[in-house]
Design a protein around this ligand. Structure first.
Ligand SMILES: C[S@@+](CC[C@H](N)C(=O)[O-])C[C@H]1O[C@@H](n2cnc3c(N)ncnc32)[C@H](O)[C@@H]1O
Length: 393
């Protein structure tokens, strides 16, 4: 069972309540933080301004082809990508793009073009979670792994009771020619330093700074007091190979020791260097996840992902205030989850109907007043349609 450390609550108005947001975000700031997340958000908004369906205080939905729009997003501006493209192998007629590719190779080439852009837009300590089918997961991991560093291959299984999945109950088991796909996959990557042997971004940063400072791994480990019980001097090499990450206190000591040499200056703050990954005894830490899928309701997206699962990802792999991107936002569930746990969110969706639904979800999730409300946009769209103009979205 998942026990999430932060929880979503609905206010009487139906908006997600975000308790003490400003206080929470204030904790993110430190004198060393050079990359201002609010200005990142503003820059992304400016870059995508011609395609905006809605923008709110904490989020943005744009409508269009996400590969094209992704190319407009500034480099190093996104902290976390949580995205759920058409699976291609499922061939669902009611999901735009699910039947778009004749052969697997074309789908994989398309995904690799995304991976190139994800590598570009992700910050040094950013992460990617990519939903996919069991059939495509292995090959996708290889394609995307050319640009990002694969860390986990998560199996999402659903403890669904009767009524969730009618087909499974009624199907002819004897007709199966392979195992019934009861699970989906979520591939987890971190930003990669492509010219670094182990591809760990933090590892490359640390190694470069240490070389510049002229401090050996052994000396640094000693200065930090991070000797392992068995493997003396292991902590720094573990960080440099990406096997492990330093704690906030350890990072502060690293900065102090390296900058004291006078050869290294302005090492980034913890939140700009170290990839967030917050697990505790209260949350599930294994790579097999059990979350019920979204129960059918009127207007449900055919591939809608559960908020509980998405919040688990966002809370584990981002800092409060970080910018989360979904290139295939569908119902906007990821945006609701991100904003609901004090992050900022950008959603891109091709299908105009689902772009509107994403926008509505974002507005509901963001208890601030939307700069442009969905209602205003719909009124403008209807007015344009009455004038015989091209639909606005
Ligand atoms: C698997 S669904 C995502 C569902 C979403 N995770 C949710 O919880 O509702 C994929 C979505 O990608 C959209 N899509 C397909 N091709 C796209 C493209 N080139 N750019 C942006 N969105 C696209 C589809 O319309 C669909 O809504």
């Amino acid at each position: 069972m998942q026990q999430l450390s932060g929880s979503l609550a609905l206010s009487s108005s139906g908006a997600y309540m975000v308790p003490n947001v400003e206080a929470h975000w204030a904790g993110v700031e430190s004198p060393r933080v050079r990359i201002d997340r609010e200005s990142d958000f503003r820059q992304v908004l400016a870059a995508l301004s011609g395609h905006v369906v809605v923008d709110t205080r904490r989020g943005l939905v744009v409508q269009g082809d996400s590969l094209e729009l992704l190319r407009l997003i500034p480099t190093n501006s996104i902290s976390l990508i949580v995205t759920d493209p058409p699976y291609h192998s499922t061939k669902k007629a009611n999901i735009t793009g699910d039947r778009g590719f004749e052969v697997d190779e074309h789908y994989l080439e398309w995904m690799e073009r995304y991976a190139q852009e994800w590598h570009r837009v992700l910050r040094r300590n950013g992460s990617l979670y990519l939903f996919c089918s069991t059939e495509m997961s292995a090959r996708l991991e290889i394609e995307v792994g050319k640009h990002l560093r694969p860390l986990s291959h998560i199996t999402w299984t659903k403890p669904n009771g009767p009524g969730f999945d009618g087909w499974k109950g009624k199907m002819q088991k004897e007709a199966l020619r392979r195992w019934y796909p009861h699970s989906e996959r979520i591939l987890f990557f971190e930003q990669a330093s492509l010219d670094h042997e182990r591809r760990s971004s933090l590892g490359a940063l640390l190694r470069e700074a240490r070389d510049q400072a002229g401090v050996s791994a052994h000396e640094l480990t000693g200065a930090i007091g991070a000797y392992g019980k068995v493997n003396h001097g292991g902590a720094v090499s573990n960080w440099e190979t990406g096997r492990n990450i330093p704690s906030r206190e350890q990072w502060a000591k690293i900065v102090e020791v390296l900058e004291a040499t006078g050869r290294v200056r302005d090492l980034p703050a913890y939140e700009d260097a170290v990839r967030p990954f917050f697990l505790s005894k209260h949350v599930d830490f294994m790579d097999v996840w059990e979350f019920p899928s979204v129960r059918v309701y009127r207007g449900k997206h055919p591939a809608e992902k559960p908020i509980s699962l998405l919040s688990h990802i966002v809370e584990t792999s981002s800092y409060a205030g970080d910018l989360v991107l979904d290139c295939f936002s569908g119902s906007g569930a990821s945006l609701g989850a991100a904003v609901g746990v004090n992050r900022r969110a950008v959603g891109i969706e091709l299908d105009p109907h689902w772009a509107t639904r994403s926008a509505e979800r974002l507005v509901r999730a963001d208890d601030a007043i939307a700069v442009t409300t969905v209602r205003q946009l719909k009124a403008r769209r209807d007015q344009k349609a009455a004038q015989g103009a091209e639909p606005l979205f």
